[in-house]
Design a protein around this ligand. Structure first.
Ligand code: AGP
Length: 618
């Protein structure tokens, strides 16, 4: 949510900033704006809607005011306070036009601060919480002088809530200053130029050297480097890291949409996530601040996550319980901390988050740690807040995922959570070493099977075009097929704006079967006839029941499942895999179905309406 770019260096700042905003588009936004300092003057352009609208505005005004300068910042806004219109778009200025601010997050005490400023005669031009910061910083500089960084620190100390703030001062044109609490921001270090970004995609074109910023820190960037302090002015050293992917990974590579490219990258995402995690017969995590004894003592696991990551958690539950015999509960992170879950030192909370920024998951992690539970996070973003606040980390190596719909990160998360299951089984001795190796080897065979599934998707695309005008589609599954059904329904909702629901097939008779009517497409995720014969039989009965009531059945079944063929109006075969690994392939046709239906309905599958890639507000 919200994208932020900052730049100081020799290049025209407008180009760097607008290009950076484009690379952050995937985060979700509804207006965009830039501020550039040139000749000790702030030049602002901002516009509701897509970045193209901002481009047009800048082009249309170029004859009368060219935006030039080598210091600047940009922002894509996902509205929280105030409608997504031109006036509320960022940057915001103080009354004199000296200070410009962009902001990601929510300033919770902004009403009180606004009232204080208004009683001192300040007139607000927007409805945003952000504008208060511009006025407060300007007031501080007028009253106390000093640097922009000093004023930012003083104001940041007064703010409650979550924020990344980036500021420009027309009178200090060689610096950009940022403050960070609970909202993402990273620093990019080039030769004679320095960058800020909500994530590294903002500056990957120019440098692969980055620095993590911590909580409650202020950073001043200059051409020759940067200075980081706490809000109290104490110097701080940031943690440098090298970005292990490049510009090509963040581009479409010949596909019309990032999502289509990312779906094809799924075999690599799983392969890279598994790579190097079995060493001398031992499952290794990436960062381990827990010792073996801690893992041995775990008697309860909670998995907390949102959306697609939650579905990966539901699959992980089956694997962890099966391999370790430890009870596992999977909770939506947004519910977890508000219901007072029973946690202890022997509880392991596994937080799954692609971005590592999701506010609900981050707060669940904090709640767990406050209650002395251990936290292990699974994350796709090096240096993000959730892994930094965890006791152990396992990174998914899916590379950047730009499409809002999670695809390759989902399969990578399933691989990672299954690795966690094996690590726990190993620590607790519920599996012998050779059994761990066998399961790990089975996981390593998955990428080839995903490739095989992807290669056979043409009939699914054709089917998608046939059913694209359906009113609704239902998805049913059992055991690990149930979270796959939920994921299929989520993909369809978010991409095609179509009513879709996922159900545990056994629940149909308890209500949802009333939804079945003539011609309603129902996608069935079939259990394996050999791996789960009893469930397979039960599912055949469920399919017969809905077919008898007019449903058009689209059955996803293991290759060679003859019984499934008999019940299917459309049969989609996927490679056979052990039950706990079957979601890696059963999920593929559901992704393809959702993407193709969405495209047939004219939807932008990379940027679905109303959605943000990472949800950084609760
Ligand atoms: C799914 O396609 C969505 N992008 C969404 O459900 C996502 O999985 C969820 O918001 C969690 O994000 P995270 O993995 O970054 O925490």
């Amino acid at each position: 949510m919200c994208g932020i770019v900052g730049y100081v260096g020799p290049r025209p700042a407008l180009d760097v900033v607008v290009e950076g905003l484009r690379r952050l588009e995937y985060r979700g936004y509804d207006s965009a704006g830039v501020a550039i300092v040139g000749d000790n003057e702030l030049q602002i352009a901002k516009k509701a809607g897509r970045i193209e609208n901002l481009d047009k505005l800048i082009a249309s005004e170029s004859a009368t005011r060219a935006i030039t300068g080598n210091t600047g910042m940009g922002h894509t806004r996902w509205a929280t306070h105030g409608a997504p219109n031109d006036r509320n778009a960022h940057p915001h200025l103080d009354a004199s036009g000296r200070i410009a601010v962009v902001h990601n997050g929510i300033i919770e005490n902004f009403s009180a601060l606004r009232a204080e400023l208004e009683s001192a005669g300040v007139e607000f031009v927007s409805e945003t919480d952000t504008e208060t910061v511009a006025h407060l910083v300007a007031a501080h500089l007028t009253a106390h002088g000093g640097s922009l960084a000093d004023a930012t620190r003083a104001v940041a100390r007064r703010l409650q809530g979550a924020f990344t703030l980036v500021l420009l001062d027309a009178e200090q044109p060689e610096v950009v200053v940022a403050a960070r609490r609970n909202s993402p921001l990273v620093l990019g270090v080039g030769y004679g130029e320095t960058f800020l970004g909500s994530d590294v995609a903002a500056f990957i074109e120019y440098t692969r050297e980055a620095v993590e910023l911590g909580q409650d820190q202020v950073v001043e960037i200059r051409r020759d480097g940067y200075t980081i302090t706490g809000f109290d002015g104490t110097p701080v050293t940031g943690r440098p890291f090298h970005i292990d992917w490049d510009l090509a990974a963040a581009e479409k590579g010949g596909f019309d949409y990032f999502m289509l490219k990312e779906m094809q990258e799924q075999p690599g995402a799983v392969r890279d996530t598994l790579l190097g995690h079995l060493v001398d017969g031992q499952i290794m995590l990436d960062e381990q601040r827990l010792d073996r004894q801690d893992l041995r003592e775990i008697d309860k696991v909670f998995i907390v996550a949102c959306g697609t990551a939650y579905h990966a958690g539901l699959i992980g539950k089956q694997a962890i319980e099966h391999w370790t015999r430890i009870p596992v509960e999977v909770e939506m992170a947004s519910e977890f901390r508000y219901r007072d879950p029973v946690l202890s030192r022997q509880t392991l909370v596994v937080a799954i988050s692609q971005s590592g920024e999701t506010a609900d998951t981050l707060e669940a992690v904090r709640h767990a740690r406050e209650q002395n539970a251990k936290v292990l996070s699974i994350c796709n973003t090096n240096g993000a807040q959730i892994p930094r606040e965890s006791d152990a980390v396992l990174y998914t190596h899916a590379g950047p995922e730009i499409g809002v719909a999670a695809t390759k990160t989902f399969v990578a998360q399933v691989a990672a959570v299954e690795l966690v299951g094996l690590a726990l089984a190993q620590a607790r001795g519920t599996k012998y070493g050779d059994e761990i190796t066998t399961e790990f080897d089975a996981l390593c065979a998955v990428p080839d099977q995903i490739s095989a599934a992807l290669a056979a998707m043409e009939p699914v695309r054709e089917l998608a075009r046939e059913i694209a005008s359906a009113k609704a589609i239902l998805f049913i599954g059992r055991h690990v097929g149930y979270p796959v059904a939920l994921e299929g329904a989520l993909k369809l909702k978010e991409l095609a704006y179509m009513h879709a629901e996922g159900f545990a097939a056994g629940e149909l008779k308890h209500g949802p079967i009333a939804l079945i009517e003539d011609g309603l497409p129902v996608v069935v995720v079939m259990p394996s006839p050999t791996g789960r014969p009893v469930l397979h039989q039960k599912m055949l009965s469920n399919v017969a029941e809905i077919k008898a009531r007019g449903a058009r059945t689209i059955v996803i079944a293991e290759a060679g499942d003859a019984a499934a063929r008999e019940h299917a109006d459309h049969l989609i075969e996927v490679p056979a895999l052990p039950t706990l690994m079957s979601p890696f392939v059963t999920t593929i046709p559901l992704q393809v179905l959702a993407a193709e239906i969405a495209l047939a309905r004219g939807c932008d599958i990379d940027k679905p309406r109303n959605l943000a890639k990472s949800v950084t507000v609760e």
